[in-house]
Design a protein around this ligand. Sequence first.
Ligand SMILES: Cc1cc2nc3c(=O)[nH]c(=O)nc-3n(C[C@H](O)[C@H](O)[C@H](O)COP(=O)(O)OP(=O)(O)OC[C@H]3O[C@@H](n4cnc5c(N)ncnc54)[C@H](O)[C@@H]3O)c2cc1C
Length: 449
Amino acid sequence: MSTPIDVAVVGAGPAGLATAHLLTAAGCTVRVLESAEEVGGRMRTLRTDGHLIDTGAEMIPSADAYPATWRLIRAMGLDHDPEAIPLVRDALSVWWKGRSHRHAGRPLGLLTGMGLSPSARLDLARLQLDLGRSDPDPEHPERAGTGEATIADLLRTHHPQLRERLLGPLAAGFFGWPAERAAAAPFAAHLASAGSTATWRTYRDGMDTLPRALAARLDVRTGHPVTALAPGPDGVRLDSPRGALTARTAVLAVPAPVAAGLYPDAPAAERAYLAACGYAPMLRLSLMLDAPLSPRGARRGFAHLVPDDPRIGVVTIDHAKHPGRAPRGRGLISLIATPTAARDLMDAPDDEVDRRLLERVERYLPGATARVRGTVTHRFRHGLPLPEAHTMSARPAFVDRPPAAVDYAGDWISSRPCSEGAVASAYTAAERVFAFLTATRAPTPIEAL
Ligand SMILES: Cc1cc2nc3c(=O)[nH]c(=O)nc-3n(C[C@H](O)[C@H](O)[C@H](O)COP(=O)(O)OP(=O)(O)OC[C@H]3O[C@@H](n4cnc5c(N)ncnc54)[C@H](O)[C@@H]3O)c2cc1C
């Protein structure tokens, strides 16, 4: 009988690949099993007709805000090329009264307006100061002590324009979080930690650059869906139509509802947290255009929040994010559906998604419909973790669980709506798995971790 590998990682998104990288570097034998034909998960990039289409994630902030991600960027040597991760000019704008207002999410916006009244801006500055002073930990939002408060509760005592035109639409548009439902603590921690939008960057060669770099050095099997997993005396058995595999340990680096389905016999505290980790669905429509159009008011701007639209939450001008996203003289834009539209259109045919979202786009980009040369719909049933009060209260017991043969990684572990949450969770998962392996056999050096 062949010796079982040390670790099987399920899922080749950023969490799974980072976990596999760390454990491989620590001397473990690791195999990654991925159901899709390509790696990257919700950070995947499509390469279509000369376009680089980021299907999910769009940007990353600086190393201060995403320390775990930048550690891996440096480990892969991606920082050696100064052009590989360029700044995004005018990363965030807000659509208000017929035009886009630049400089949202950065100090300059407090002066130029962002479509907000002076008193709303003053209140925003106050809120930002308060959040900064409270120093929330994005990896442990449940420690903020805000109890059952929702985003709506957090914003209730603030200027109504913050809820209606900026922070409410931001939570809904980028994370799919309805303010009345989503817990306040992860949102506050994300706002406080993400830094100024003036520091936001993208990967020149597509948002899947880091996952691809990691995967190139690992044993990754794509087209390998795992259908069930069960720990036993010989290790953890992972079933798949591609054949069963037994490994000493397994890491489920898939969205929480998928992990719950694969491992229904998980210990009670794990099952309780998995059940408490819901996800917001996200739907995005990418439009390939025969001209590089931009909304009025922000010619170079990338992401435009559209606060009062029933179907579109954010318009992203991908060719403004980086010119390489579309062939010269052409354009690439994306429409991110509102939480309600994402839910309504998740199972709709592509032509209905096109029709329902294109009906609204003319308001922001006059003439765009006539310029469309192709569309691609991206559907994420598990778009972003949607933390609620019960998610926060189930978390401490999950965090305190002892190391075991089956562990987890993913953005849902800390309810962070971003790839940094996924990568940070990999460091914890790798340490826990390593501790379990060394407790059950002769230790291997951990310096590389
Ligand atoms: C629309 C959108 C915009 C976003 N924008 C940003 C952004 O600008 N910046 C940012 O930092 N983050 C952003 N994010 C979030 C970021 O993409 C995620 O946080 C990150 O990808 C989560 O990584 P993960 O590894 O936990 O999960 P995933 O990326 O979902 O990876 C999980 C992997 O598991 C695989 N899998 C699932 N089931 C199985 C199975 N049974 N067997 C084998 N494999 C399986 C999946 O195919 C997938 O590859 C965005 C997300 C979305 C949806």
